[in-house]
Design a protein around this ligand. Structure first.
Ligand SMILES: *[C@@H]1O[C@H](CO)[C@@H](O)[C@H](O)[C@H]1NC(C)=O
Length: 568
């Protein structure tokens, strides 16, 4: 009775949610196809891949060495072309990696290096994984040397920034190189808490990195600041070495007692403690069943067996019939010698050990003394990366048709935002509305044999829809949970058979209201409210905790690109 009622409510809720979603999609104003207009934004580098792009960008087919050993060379081809995904802007050109499972390299060498420490450094570009991206990089490098047309992993960089994805290992890197002013060793500093890429097939994402002259940075995705903080504190290994280190010469004194507890020397083994008592004994209370046949053997010679005719007693020995289970034993509890079953011995105690007591001689944990770090140096300006001679892409990808467009490199956050407002925002609006439409049209075409994944599918679809409407700072937090649920559908089915209709309705309502009040991507503006900062701070902390949980995001060490990223 109760169940019937629930099913009716649930069915009604599902119908409602589908109905509302369809209404939303149908009421969406049909978007005019967008037509590209070259930007007026100026900067050291504003790249829209117009007619003369071949004068700047040189594809590389250099050989590729890893630890001095030649590996696959850069065979991947590049093209500059219009986008192929449904929301693409007519006439807008982008740089596209054309080959699957290939290394691609290309570079743009500037006439004048970009090098102004007094101002913000801003790098921004759009990425569209037009056919999806399961495993591959989409980051760019700001080059420390001119590659002379031979871009490769050997060309040193100042900054590496952008998405990198393989399976559920999905992040946006920000790595900068820092030179130790004493040893002059250059090392990589990796942003510790990396945001997810938020890449989705056919959907354009805008990636922005800002480094301020006050040694702080921002990582923005689609105009939302997902990470911000200090170059000194948020990177691994840290930019500055510790002021003090433990003195390597200071050794623990021989007579130092650091055992906090010892076995009580006065404790005596109790008299009734029998160390030899066995763990298991025969049950003394068990009785031999009345029908037990103690004198019957378990096996008897097979009465039906006959000596084969060709049996030769002299050669084969005496003939013995084979044995079969005694049929009399099958009708009763058992035959042969009866033994009581084994049970736990209530008197079992095991070896006696004295109890532990505080050690009267305990001094404490020994810690070597600290001395000033002889390798310490101070650097007030890790943001002085050095002159940037060009931009290079040097990437491995499993999926082809990853597209880069509207690159900005310069010193003006405002110009980057203006470019984003012109190119990314209108395109993103079209893409998001097409995505919603596509989702709602696909809904009824579910196969009957997918019945048992229905609730999970519904949930994931709803999540995808709402994700497009939420700032990545929130979806970043939700993603791990959703991934966990998606990986164990048997749990999910059980839960969502009950919960999905409710969730779907709530999500749809949320979506309905948020879509009628504001457009999908956040307008690009530099202002960050205190509340936002607070939220970020909280998020950063949670994300750090997330990083500890390796069960959710195992590092996929075997991906070919990881060596570049991790190489010191
Ligand atoms: C970008 O667009 C938003 C929303 O229209 C606006 O508030 C902001 O000032 C724009 N930014 C620039 C630099 O034009």
């Amino acid at each position: 009775m109760y169940k019937m009622k629930y099913q009716k409510v649930s069915f009604f809720a599902l119908l409602c949610s589908l109905y509302v979603q369809n209404c939303v999609a149908d009421n969406e104003i049909e978007n005019e196809p967008l037509v590209f207009k070259p930007t007026e934004v100026k900067g050291p580098v504003v790249e829209q891949f117009l007619g003369d792009w071949t004068e700047r960008w040189i594809p590389s087919h250099a050989k590729r060495f890893v630890n001095g050993v030649e590996e696959m060379s850069y065979v991947g081809e590049w093209a500059v072309e219009e986008g192929t995904s449904p929301g693409a802007v007519t006439g807008e050109q982008g740089l596209v990696m054309k080959d699957e499972a290939a290394h691609h390299a290309i570079s743009y060498e500037f006439d004048e290096p970009v090098n102004d420490y007094e101002k913000d450094l801003v790098v921004q570009y759009e990425v569209n994984a037009q056919d999806g991206l399961n495993c591959g990089g989409a980051y760019l490098k700001l080059l420390a040397e001119r590659p002379n047309g031979e871009m490769s992993n050997a060309v040193p960089y100042r900054v590496m920034f952008g998405p990198d994805k393989c399976g559920i290992n999905d992040r946006v890197h920000f790595i900068f190189k820092h030179e130790n002013p004493i040893s002059h060793v250059v090392s990589e500093k990796h942003l510790d808490s990396k945001p997810a890429s938020h890449l989705k097939p056919g959907i354009t994402n805008l990636y922005t990195l800002v480094v301020h002259p006050d040694q702080t940075y921002e990582v923005r995705i689609n105009g939302n600041i997902l990470r911000s903080g200090s170059l000194f504190t948020d990177f691994l290994p840290p930019v500055l070495p510790p002021l003090e280190i433990y003195d390597p010469e200071d050794l623990k004194p021989q007579d130092w007692v650091d055992e906090a507890e010892i076995p009580d020397p006065n404790a005596v083994k109790p008299d009734d403690w029998d160390e030899d008592a066995p763990r298991m004994i025969h049950d003394p209370d068990a009785l031999q069943p009345e029908d037990w046949l103690a004198d019957e053997p378990l096996y008897i010679p097979d009465p039906k067996a006959e000596k084969p005719e060709d049996w030769n007693d002299e050669e084969d020995g005496d003939w013995v019939p084979p044995e079969v289970p005694n049929p009399k034993c099958l009708e009763v509890s058992g035959c042969g010698e009866w033994k009581a079953p084994m049970i736990r011995n209530p008197n079992f105690r095991g070896p006696w050990t004295p109890p532990m007591i505080p050690n009267p001689d305990y001094i404490g944990e020994w810690i070597p003394r600290k001395i000033p770090n002889p390798e310490y140096f101070d650097d007030e300006h890790p943001s002085h990366f050095g002159p940037i001679y060009g931009i290079g892409f040097e990437l491995w990808t499993m999926q082809p048709n990853i597209r880069f467009s509207n690159i900005y490199l310069g010193h003006s956050i405002e110009d980057a935002e203006r470019l984003g407002n012109e190119t990314f925002i209108p395109k993103s609006k079209v893409e998001q509305s097409l995505l919603v439409k596509q989702k709602s049209e696909n809904k009824p075409s579910m196969h009957a044999d997918e019945e048992e994944n229905k609730y999970l599918t519904l949930f994931l679809d709803a999540y995808d829809t709402i994700k497009a409407k939420l700032p990545p700072s929130i979806t970043d937090q939700l993603d791990p949970y959703v991934a966990t649920i998606a990986q164990s559908p048997e749990i999910a089915i059980a839960i969502f058979a009950v919960a999905s209709s409710v969730i779907a309705v709530v999500i749809t309502c949320f979506y309905y209201f948020s879509s009628s009040s504001s457009s999908s991507p956040a307008p690009l503006s530099a202002g960050v409210t205190e509340a936002e900062k607070e939220q970020q701070a909280k998020f950063r902390q949670e994300d750090e905790n997330d990083n500890i949980d390796v069960s959710y995001a195992p590092e996929l060490e075997s991906t070919p690109k990881s060596e570049d990223v991790n190489a010191e």
